[in-house]
Design a protein around this ligand. Structure first.
Ligand code: DGY
Length: 320
């Protein structure tokens, strides 16, 4: 069996692959074009995929030899899972191992925005001189006892809720397609409608799985229903937010601030007007960028490949 891996992954994962004696194909330069990527995949039985391109009907048509896909991510929005399932192709992801790291970034963004950290850092960088602090300007807001709204209470949302509860005794509300009584109990969270989530959240953090029907879900009509002091945090996928509408909502002080680890496109273009706003903090999709999380992702992704090669079910298979 030959496996295509488009980039080097942390040592733990490479070791699992090497120890199993799998025949690996890896490009010398990881920045490959779509056509080059297809060319490599066509030579293989399975792929361990880090980012790269869409794995859809066109991909499966072009690469009939590929019989399994191991993703190096928890998100699987780049895969047409229905199409894979229809063809009997297992697809796996890397859940759990990055929940703590990603929720840390959501928590960090919430704090950075609430205390205008990006703005203040810039002031220092620009050498802005002040003799006495201004008692009425550039004030942040505290989070104690406020309401955290989670859109998509799963593993990452739960970790975010646990941190907010422990640090600031925040009230937790959430909205999912379905209620999750088991997770709810762990953080004393209350299930609310989407409208109630918008109307009641002081901080609204997006943690749902992204699907095409979510595209631009957070738009002007949504911001219209949020509190003027609300902070929007997104560590999930950029596609959830209509960035033009978000800019308008922030500019007109319809909502208070936004912390974004994800954008559409990525990385955010340097001329995006959101970057000029004082109450916005943008990071370049670093939710899982820790030694621990990436190590865990590498192990999980490699174990999924080994299981496939051994003719066993992939441990974190996504197909229903
Ligand atoms: C994930 O694992 O889905 C992260 O967002 C990295 O892509």
């Amino acid at each position: 069996m030959k496996i295509f891996i488009n980039k080097l992954i942390p040592e733990d994962g490479m070791k699992i692959l090497a120890d199993s004696g799998i025949d690996l194909l890896m490009p010398e330069n990881p920045e490959i074009s779509y056509d080059e990527w297809i060319g490599y995949c066509q030579q293989c039985d399975a792929i361990l995929n880090i980012g790269a391109y869409k794995i859809d009907k066109q991909f499966f048509d072009l690469c009939p030899s590929v019989k399994a896909v191991s993703l190096f991510s928890v998100g699987y929005d780049q895969v047409d899972l229905e199409e894979a399932t229809r063809r009997g192709i297992p697809v796996s992801n890397t859940p759990d191992v990055l929940s703590k790291a990603t929720s840390d970034i959501a928590f960090l963004l919430m704090l950075m925005v609430s205390r205008l950290a990006s703005f203040h850092t810039n002031q220092v960088r620009l050498g802005v001189r002040f003799k006495y602090f201004n008692p009425i300007a550039n004030l942040g807001q505290e989070l104690y006892g406020k309401t955290l709204g989670i859109f998509g209470l799963g593993r990452i949302g739960l970790e975010m809720a646990l941190k907010c509860k422990a640090a600031y005794q925040m009230n937790i509300i959430y909205h999912n397609r379905n209620q999750h009584p088991d997770l709810e109990k762990q953080v004393d969270a209350k299930y609310v409608s989407f409208e109630e989530l918008l109307q009641q959240s002081d901080v609204l953090s997006i943690h749902a799985n992204y699907a095409p029907e979510h595209h631009g879900k957070f738009d002007a009509s949504v911001f219209q229903q949020m509190k003027p002091n609300a902070i929007l945090v997104n560590t999930a996928r950029g596609g959830f937010i209509n960035e033009e509408d978000l800019y308008e909502a922030l500019q007109s002080e319809r909502i208070w601030g936004a912390g974004l680890d994800v954008s559409d496109p990525e990385p955010m273009l340097p001329d995006n007007p959101l970057l000029k706003l004082e109450r916005v903090c943008v990071l370049p999709h670093i939710g899982s960028a820790t030694v621990e999380a990436r190590g865990g992702m590498a192990r999980t992704a490699a174990e999924n490949i080994v299981a496939f090669v051994d003719g066993k079910p992939m441990p974190t298979c996504l197909n229903p």
